[in-house]
Design a protein around this ligand. Structure first.
Ligand SMILES: [Ca+2]
Length: 88
């Protein structure tokens, strides 16, 4: 059982946000510098998995409010699974 909209975009958004947060933490481990933007861009260009997560997060992100307005129990379970995967 799932709500009308599901939680696909929300989960993608979460995964993208976590991936980005981890990458920022990585490149700023030695203190935040201007070069960190370059390092992030280089990671985006060279790391297919990272790029896929960010691209998926941005694509159709406008549907996230609809998904959140229509959560049912099945959606909540999917959402929690997504959070666990994003953090894992
Ligand atoms: Ca998406």
């Amino acid at each position: 059982m799932a709500g009308q909209h599901g939680v696909k975009e929300t989960v993608e958004g979460l995964k993208g946000a976590v991936a980005l947060a981890k990458a920022i933490k990585e490149v700023t481990a030695d203190g935040a510098q201007l070069g960190d933007f370059v390092a992030l861009y280089t990671k985006y260009s060279s790391d297919a998995d990272f790029k896929a997560k960010l691209d998926a997060a941005v694509m159709d992100a406008a549907k996230i409010p609809d998904e959140l307005n229509d959560l049912d129990l099945g959606d909540c379970v999917e959402l929690l699974k997504g959070v666990a995967e994003a953090l894992g």
